[in-house]
Design a protein around this ligand. Structure first.
Ligand code: FAD
Length: 360
């Protein structure tokens, strides 16, 4: 967000109460997918084909835009273009085949692999999968720090402070800090992850925790083409490789365990479950765990982010509810909120509005 606004020559003050990048971002496995947590065919059933395709295409543009932005600034964050594999979870390929039909109608770059093709090319035994272009992976903290550095070089200021109050006036906002100081600004963007202030009150947002493991280095045991892997299910597992030859595997999401102490207590059981899953997914790998961790992040019922004006607060904007696409959606949020602040509009701002009605 700061990179996007400083690019337009705006004066930007970034407030973070921690070291930037150490919220949900440091826990992220940083699979930069354009494929959204809810499949296109399901979004089309809920919202109609037009809106569903618009959201998917916007996500695809955002993933490509982020890769270009990082390349443009030469940010060293181990970003690698990747293929992604979206695996069927049960014995029937119907769900991924239906999704393939929908994506073809939307001109999205996915191919259907049946059981045999998947087995031959990737050595993975599932009923079917979608193979997609234009994904990437990266180190999420270096990516964030790189964009932050660009913003600071352009004159943005970074304050370590806890924002505790937001007072709207006709021409702007006063942000009250815990230290007793305050900042007057014309616009405020809340990009505070899953800890949004009370007054934002979305109806369809839910913090969730996810667990991840990284194996020891095993460059000889990785699956072909080192595609990003995830699954066609609500509570999916996800896996990638790293530049130094590890396998990172995540999942076992839980809405009930958000506080760090509760997450830590659950970690041994979650790690056992992830190791078991790794053995099923890719039996050639060593399941020796070098690192394990967990983090909380924000999800929504429809898999789409919450981006736009905070209802009832003219000059306060927010970007959150990113689900498993946090890094891709942060690029989309920066584009959309910069447009909004400049007085522009986009149908996506209705699609992703914070007070939108999310069925079921
Ligand atoms: C285990 C795990 C795996 C994930 N995997 C992926 C993945 O593969 N791909 C992907 O795209 N996404 C993934 N995500 C989601 C992604 O990490 C998040 O969506 C993304 O990092 C959110 O970024 P953010 O900047 O909005 O929030 P955060 O990184 O949480 O940053 C918010 C910042 O706001 C600050 N803050 C909050 N309140 C205040 C306040 N009142 N005053 C001052 N500062 C404040 C915090 O200190 C923090 O630094 C994963 C998440 C987890 C936990």
């Amino acid at each position: 967000m700061a990179e996007r606004l400083t690019r337009e020559g705006r004066q930007v003050v970034i407030i973070d109460r921690e070291i930037p990048g150490l919220g949900s971002t440091v826990a992220s496995t940083a699979m930069l997918l354009w494929e959204i947590d809810r499949p296109l065919f399901e979004l089309a059933q809920v919202y109609g084909l037009g809106k569903a395709i618009r959201c998917y295409r916007a996500s695809h543009h955002a993933a490509q835009g982020l890769v270009c932005l990082i390349a443009h600034h030469g940010i060293a964050c181990q970003m690698r273009p990747r293929l992604s594999l979206y695996l069927a979870v049960d014995d029937s390929p119907k769900l991924v085949r239906d999704e393939y039909a929908m994506r073809s109608r939307a001109d999205l770059p996915s191919l259907y692999l049946d059981h045999g093709a998947l087995q031959r090319r990737f050595g993975i035994a599932r009923a079917g999968a979608l193979l997609s272009r234009d994904a990437a992976d990266a180190d999420p903290v270096w990516l964030t720090r790189g964009l932050l550095d660009v913003s600071l070089q352009r004159g943005a200021r970074l304050l370590k402070a806890n924002a505790v109050a937001y007072d709207s006036a006709v021409s702007g906002i006063t942000v009250g800090l815990e230290s007793g100081h305050s900042i007057d600004a014309r616009h405020v963007v809340l990009a505070t992850g899953y800890v949004m202030p009370e007054f934002v009150k979305p109806t369809a947002q839910q913090p969730t925790s996810s667990w991840a493991i990284a194996t020891r280095r095993q460059p000889g045991n990785l699956w072909p083409e080192q595609a990003l892997i995830w699954e066609a299910s609500r509570n999916y597992h996800y896996a990638r490789t790293t530049a130094d030859g590890r396998i990172i595997l995540g999942g076992e999401d839980d809405h009930a365990l958000i506080e760090p102490a509760a997450r830590d207590e659950a970690t041994p059981a979650k790690v056992r479950a992830l190791r078991t899953y790794l053995k099923l997914l890719w039996p050639h790998a060593s399941d020796h765990v070098a690192f394990s961790w967990s983090g909380a992040f924000d999800t929504t019922h429809d898999g789409l982010p919450l981006i736009g004006t905070v209802p009832g607060c003219k000059n306060i904007f927010a970007a959150f509810g990113y689900g498993g696409n946090g890094i891709t959606f942060s690029f989309l949020a920066a584009e959309l909120l910069a447009t909004l602040i400049a007085g522009g509009s986009s149908p996506l701002l209705d699609d992703l509005a914070i007070d939108r009605d999310i069925p079921g």
